[in-house]
Design a protein around this ligand. Structure first.
Ligand code: GLA
Length: 754
């Protein structure tokens, strides 16, 4: 990540020193993580609200952990491994789980840690970071360095582990989790919330009680499209099921774009075991002596006041520390649904004219601009992997096209799918061994278009070749401001010629590391470029890709009514500034449904607004509305993209959805309400109770983005009223929404008179 692209002022306040003897305290503004030394290892002693005497937790945890009942006592170790011994000297079944399982060079399959030391690591962003070094007692060169980081400006912790050894031969890692938490009797009920989906149906919210004696496990095995099947983030309610504003919630997200798993287990004696990490799908990871393996980061937080604060903490962390570029995102027009691969130079310059007229700021050319000769990309069967301009469609080249955008005052962006190729391409014709493939020479399984394969990005030579091609296009396209990074195939041919027979188990991990290495190189060479993470829609909506990319494409389903649900799921963990949401044509290309342009706008305006249509197909009335909508969005953009999210009414629980963003200084807010197939005369929607306002201020309340100028607002007599933040939080703004799919946007601006 280009740390330099972040403002120096981010997170200046220094958190207190972390290490005091056998107690380690990491603090965020409102929460605290206390670790206590217990025998040879460190244990989790407290995660929750700040307390004045963290050492008390250390005393309590020692008493608990060192008890001698083999069952029911948690290990609480910060990084338990298979085969470890309890501080009491006993071994129990619990130790046969753990975060790590290895086979040492001598064949031994146990790890029993001894802590070699703890260090505080200086951080330049105000965070507190510590590193605990653990070594196996029988193989002292086998080490885990476990990092914990607490942010000074958001209530989020981060942890990661680096494994290394100097044994006489490679060590095989069959489990290598990033996070493991094993505690007992925190509560007697647990509820697990996660996201599940598929193509054009991403991020459905699923929540279930994890009953006594049960495990809930989520994960993904694609190797590429790893936020579809499940998303690598979850909430766990500790005790009764948390609401938006009440209940104890642990939130966790694995920052990883490859195969992964996360599990919550509720033991019979009320142990809670949480684990998350990269998944090995075809045998152990083989770690050579002298190499260090950094495992994916895991971010987590604990809210004592429901899911809302947990979401807001993750969003804030993402805005301040994870996404590469600060600030507002541009309003763009992406060419995909407006032209697909069927375009000429004129199609694109017409689209640019339309983008300009609508008030857009960036024009993005999607798939179809590359491939040469017989591999020219006119459909999805050819050309992928050949990053050369399609001269048939763009005879004047990409620099010319980018200049056309610049002349209109627009930035310019391009689509790439760097990890992939078609077998029908110059690249694969010249380098068949660069495709992932079985070592037995089985026929390739082919993806999209009947010809798509995944490149072997474990291989640095493949990384170099892709880097060179993409880098050259970027350099040739002066001023390129944005890249949509797509990935439309799973690892469906399992094998890497580069890794060789002994290391096929490394494929899942090294492939993703290869993707990150390529990404990091492109970003280092072109730090100003904003990337979008896309993978057949929303399969890269996760914090692994969102270290390099500033935003994600949430779904190829652009139907506004469906997007209310998809974005609701995504906003549990990911911020609005990263949620690309486009206004598209009707009938919708995926669902065939129709929605008013206002409804489509109102939905897209709750994320990073964009368009995906050909403006020339819009009626003059639509253009007039859209121009006003874009102007309005520009005014509310800092609140939506930089504000705190409050989910007010869930689309899963009724016939409408509502959410609001409140600016960090609490002087401005914007609320969105979406009716979803409401019946006639079915009563008003729930009053908009917005908890995050300043109770001491009064706000001018105004419905904006009305369908027609001069139209009567659904707010009725309250249009323009001044209301106290306390009254709005307590009673809510009453609101009448008609039948069907109506929507409304309400802006709240604090009155200077107080
Ligand atoms: C994927 C993306 C779409 C579009 C197409 C282009 O499906 O999700 O947005 O870019 O690829 O082929």
């Amino acid at each position: 990540m280009q740390k330099s692209s972040k403002p120096a002022s981010r997170g200046k306040t220094k958190a207190p020193a972390a290490i005091r003897g056998s107690v380690l305290t990491l603090e965020t503004p409102a929460s605290q993580l206390v670790l206590a030394r217990c025998g040879d290892v460190w244990t989790f002693a407290h995660l929750g609200a700040k307390t004045a005497r963290p050492a008390d937790f250390a005393a309590l945890v020692k008493a608990r952990q060192c008890g001698d009942s083999a069952n029911g006592n948690p290990t609480l170790e910060t990084y338990p491994a298979f085969g470890s011994t309890r501080p009491s000297g006993r071994e129990s079944a619990a130790e046969r789980r753990g975060a790590l399982q290895v086979r040492h060079a001598d064949g031994d399959v146990n790890v029993d840690w001894k802590c070699l030391g703890v260090a505080e690591i200086p951080a330049d962003d105000g965070a507190t970071e510590v590193a605990i070094t653990l070594a196996d007692k029988a193989h002292p060169s086998f080490r885990a360095v476990q990092h914990f980081r607490a942010y000074a400006d958001c209530d989020v912790f981060e942890t990661w582990v680096e494994l290394s050894h100097a044994e006489s031969a490679p060590v095989a890692l069959s489990r290598m989790d990033s996070f493991y938490f094993d505690a007992s009797r925190l509560a007697e009920r647990f509820h697990f919330l996660s996201l599940a989906g598929n193509w054009a149906n991403e991020a459905n919210v699923s929540e279930t009680e994890v009953l006594r004696g049960q495990k809930v496990s989520i994960g993904a095995t694609s190797g590429v499209r790893d936020a579809w099947e499940n998303n690598p983030a979850f909430f766990l309610s500790i005790g009764d099921r948390a609401t938006e504003e009440s209940g104890r919630v642990f939130a966790g997200a694995l920052c990883w774009s490859g195969a992964w798993h996360a599990t919550a287990e509720h033991g019979y004696t009320h142990e809670l075991r949480l684990s998350a990490g990269a998944a090995n799908l075809c045998g152990p990871y083989v770690l050579d002596p002298g190499k260090t393996l950094p495992l994916p980061k895991f971010v987590f937080c604990l809210s004592e006041a429901g899911k809302g604060p947990a979401s807001r903490a993750l969003h804030r962390w993402a805005r301040l520390h994870r996404l590469p570029h600060p600030g507002n995102r541009d309003i763009l027009l992406n060419s995909w649904e407006g032209a697909y691969m069927d375009f000429t130079e004129k199609t694109l310059t017409d689209m640019m004219d339309g983008t300009k007229e609508l008030g857009g700021e960036l024009f993005v050319l999607d798939d179809g601009w590359f491939g040469r000769g017989k591999y020219a990309r006119d459909n999805d069967t050819v050309g992928l992997g050949d990053w050369f301009v399609h001269e048939g469609k763009l005879p004047r080249g990409m620099a010319w096209l980018a200049e056309e955008a610049r002349k209109r005052g627009l930035k310019f962006g391009l689509w790439f799918e760097p990890e992939m190729a078609n077998t029908e391409s110059e690249l694969v014709s010249a380098h068949p061994d660069w495709c992932l493939q079985s070592l037995a020479g089985r026929p390739l399984r082919l993806g999209r278009g009947g010809t798509q394969i995944v490149l072997d990005l474990c291989n640095p030579a493949v990384q170099d070749a892709v880097f060179d091609m993409v880098d050259r296009v970027i350099r040739d396209t002066k001023g390129l401001a944005y890249i949509k990074w797509d990935a439309n195939c799973d690892v469906n041919n399992v094998g890497s010629v580069y890794l060789g027979p002994e290391k096929q188990g490394n494929l899942w991990f090294d492939y993703t590391r290869g993707v990150y290495a390529l990404f990091a190189r492109l970003r280092a060479a072109h730090p100003e470029i904003v990337f979008q993470a896309c993978s057949s829609g929303g399969a890269h909506a996760e914090y692994g890709f969102l270290e390099h990319a500033d935003e994600f494409w949430g779904s190829d389903d652009t139907c506004a009514q469906q997007r209310v649900f998809i974005q609701w799921g995504e906003n549990q963990f990911y911020p609005a500034c990263a949620t690309a949401a486009h206004v598209t044509a009707v009938p919708n290309h995926q669902t065939g449904r129709t929605a008013s342009l206002k409804f489509r706008f109102d939905v897209a305006m709750s994320g990073r607004l964009g368009f995906e249509l050909h403006p020339k197909n819009m009626t003059p009335e639509d253009v007039a509305f859209a121009k006003r909508g874009v102007e309005t969005y520009k005014r509310i953009r800092p609140v939506v993209q930089g504000g705190d999210l409050y989910r007010l009414a869930s689309p899963y629980e009724g016939d409408h959805a509502a959410l609001a963003y409140v600016s960090p200084d609490r002087k401005r807010a914007v609320a969105f309400v979406y009716g979803l197939g409401r019946r006639c005369n079915d009563g008003s929607v729930s009053p908009l109770r917005i908890p995050g306002l300043d109770p001491a201020r009064r706000y001018r309340v105004e419905e904006i983005n009305l369908e027609k100028e001069g139209e009567a607002p659904a707010l009725g007599a309250l249009q323009g009223a001044r209301l106290g933040g306390d009254a709005i939080a307590a009673s809510g703004i009453p609101f009448a929404l008609g039948a069907g799919d109506r929507s409304a946007v309400i802006e709240l601006v604090a009155d200077n008179r107080g």
